[in-house]
Design a protein around this ligand. Sequence first.
Ligand code: SF4
Length: 309
Amino acid sequence: MNKIKKGSCPEHTQKNGASTGKDDNSTQKLPSETKTDFSRLLVIDCEADKCDECEKKENYEKLKIKGTGTKEWADSNVNIAYGCSHDCKYCYAKKMAIRFKRETERSWKTMRINKKAVQKGYRKRKGRIMFPSSHDITTEILDECIIVLKKILEAENEVLITTKPNLDCIRRIMNEFKEYKHLIQFRFTITTNMQLFADFWEQGAPSISDRSYAILLAQKRGFKTSISCEPYLSDPMPLYELLGKYCTESFWIGKMNYISRSIPQPFQSIIRNITTKEYILDLYDRMKNLPKIRWKDSIKEIIKGRKKD
Ligand code: SF4
């Protein structure tokens, strides 16, 4: 990223009490209205080419913990199914469902519709709705997802559609809801650029190339797009280099929080090695200044810990 010298950035030039261009004849000659417009342009430039001070401020803001888990992203959730055929090995929703005896290892893979959630009405809610949060949008439940999304959007709710995108599902959602584009943001979960890792951890989910194509399509069709690289299954940098440009909003990075001892080798060692404190501090240093990067609470805690040390 291009950097501008601290002191030539308009925001920090003024804060630091340095020259505001008094000696600059061309600035002095501008009429006051034009001067304001010109300084606004400079501020916009500053966002693209940040000075050290701006970067520090922005990174500090990014480390503020605003809720945890799904609360970091939305004010409420809507789910319409039990179980999830993607059956990811790290799935927290599955872990909870099994712990509280709502599901078994076997039943989780078979998705069942919650009819009540499909049939009921949806009013305007306060804040953004995340859809879904404890299952995915798959072809087998797509019709029901469309019915519910329609009700949510017709009530003028803002929706964060969170999914490991299946291309057929995304194409249909984009066609059905093109007039609601302004209320929709896609957040596609893409956890690695390496299919080998996805094959192991996310056996039933769409391929990485399909998920990558989905974000390209959604961005081309003018939808708001973002990526959740949580939990990252390999170094997130190559994925960011490949797909960051297709995110109109943000690229979130989070780590795996629970690693079961029953995960076979070498996958268990690999994931443990890339979730150590040292690895995360290095990852943060490598990626903190890249545009659109956001850190999940799991990473923020570690970075804040370093600052206290
Ligand atoms: S796609 Fe999401 S809800 Fe479905 S199994 Fe994977 S992590 Fe769980």
